[in-house]
Structures are given as structure tokens and as C-alpha cells.
Design a protein around this ligand. Structure first.
Ligand SMILES: [Zn+2]
Length: 247
């Protein structure tokens, strides 16, 4: 059976001397894996569409088990992402996170749109940390794990300054409730507000402001724990790459 799917390549793995298996996040069917025959030959017509980050219109053929790539027409190769080490590092983290968080063959058009938008922004802008923190908050929310940030997750009272972010309770605990999670991360109202802003605002508005490094670092640490808990993955290869290019 033939499938026409639009998707972004999240990953490519060598299968043998001539073929690769690619993981594609498609708009219509979510994550699928497909064999791309002959693409390790640079003359193959499928070389461009099967590169990581490429957004293409694919025609896939499904046999008994696996999909095979029959055709791939590149819509955007996101070439600049491969030319700049920082862009490459952050974009690699985005696709690794999507690949780890989504399940196979389950469409999620909000995540698809978010992925396309974020790769475009990493290509054109340089506030990578702000873009990636906003991506993490939006992505984990679209997966169904939106953290509760608008008031106390336990008693729904307004927040004051002496608060905690609780990974276990998936949200912010007020001064009165902060004791219920002794492993919670101490934060202040400013950090809670910025997390809320990154989650609910458009990227256009997010890029208009400048967030201090120490605040972004704190949010990064919290989200790293929060994501690991919810998608059950603690190690990302691409984070090592980001650390290497950011020094
Ligand atoms: Zn409370």
C-alpha cells in the first residue's frame, strides 16, 4: 500500500553499505520508520529528502512490516542548520527530543507544527536558549504533561515569592504547600512567570524579550528533570554536543 506523507527526518541509521533506515515525524501519521534504499550512494534521488532535518513530501510503500521510501520531494532542506555548529547542536537536540517523546504511528499536528516552526527559528535566529526552553515547555505540554504554573498546583492559591517547582506534582507549590514535596526545586515568582510566558506566548513575543542567563539556566535544570520523568529518558546525546559548542 502507498502512503503520501509530509514529514521531517528525525534520524538516519546506516542499515548496510547502500541503505539507511530513517525515522520520520509525519504530519499525518506521526513517527514512522522507513527503509531508504540506495541512499548511501550520493547519486541517489533520495539523498536530499532522507537527510536529518529535511522536510519533504514522501511517498512510502508499506509491505508486510516496514515502510520503504519510494519518493521524496524536498520542501525545505534546512541546510543552514548543518553549516553552523551551534545551530546544528540545538536542532539535533530538538529532533532527538521529539524522537524520544512521541510514539510511533500516532499523529500530533500541534507537535508537527511546533517542530517545523522551531527548526525555522533556530535556522534564522540566535536566541537558541530561549527558543529551546520555550520548545521544551510547549512540547511536553502537547504530549499531555503540561506543568501547572498559573497558581499553586495543590491548593490553587495565588503564588508568592517563596515557592517551589515540584516535578512529582507537575507544577508550582505555594509557600503554604511547598513542604509537601521536599525534593522540589526552590524558585521565585519571576521564574514561575517566565516559565508561564515561555509556555503560553508565541515565539514572536518570546524573541522580543531578553531573559537573563541565570534564569534560563534554572529553568533548563528544572525542565531537564521534568522531561526525563515524563518521557522516561535521562540521556540525550545532543546535550553533550550543545555543551561542547557553548564553551
Ligand atoms: Zn498551595
Amino acid at each position: 500500500m502507498l502512503y503520501k506523507l509530509q514529514g521531517i527526518v528525525l534520524k538516519g541509521t546506516k542499515l548496510n553499505d547502500s541503505d539507511k533506515i530513517i525515522t520520520i515525524f509525519t504530519k499525518e501519521q506521526g513517527k514512522v520508520q522507513a527503509v531508504a534504499k540506495g541512499v548511501r550512494n550520493p547519486k541517489s534521488k533520495l539523498v536530499g529528502s532522507t537527510e536529518t532535518f529535511s522536510l519533504s513530501d514522501f511517498v512510502l510503500y508499506k509491505g508486510k512490516n516496514l515502510y520503504n521510501v519510494n519518493q521524496g520531494d524536498v520542501i525545505d532542506s534546512y541546510y543552514p542548520l548543518r553549516e553552523d555548529l551551534k545551530k546544528l547542536a540545538y536542532a539535533s537536540y530538538i529532533v532527538e527530543l521529539v524522537n524520544s517523546g512521541v510514539v510511533e504511528e500516532e499523529s500530533n499536528t500541534k507537535i508537527f507544527g511546533l517542530l517545523v516552526k522551531t527548526l525555522n527559528l533556530i535556522m534564522k535566529e540566535t536566541k537558541y536558549r530561549q527558543i529551546v526552553r520555550a520548545f521544551e515547555l510547549k512540547f511536553i505540554s502537547y504530549l499531555g504533561y503540561r506543568p501547572h504554573l498559573i497558581n499553586c498546583v495543590n491548593c490553587h492559591e495565588d503564588l508568592n515569592d517563596n515557592i517551589k517547582f515540584s516535578i512529582n506534582h507537575s507544577g508550582v507549590l505555594c509557600e503554604k504547600c511547598r513542604g509537601i514535596d521536599r525534593y522540589g526545586n526552590n524558585i521565585n515568582i519571576e521564574i514561575a512567570n517566565i516559565m508561564k510566558f515561555l509556555l503560553f506566548s508565541s515565539f514572536e513575543n518570546i524573541l522580543e524579550i531578553e531573559i537573563e542567563d541565570n534564569i534560563l539556566k534554572k529553568i533548563e535544570n528544572i525542565l531537564s528533570l521534568y522531561i526525563s520523568k515524563n518521557i522516561d529518558k535521562t540521556y540525550f546525546n545532543s546535550l553533550k554536543f550543545i555543551n561542547a559548542v557553548e564553551d
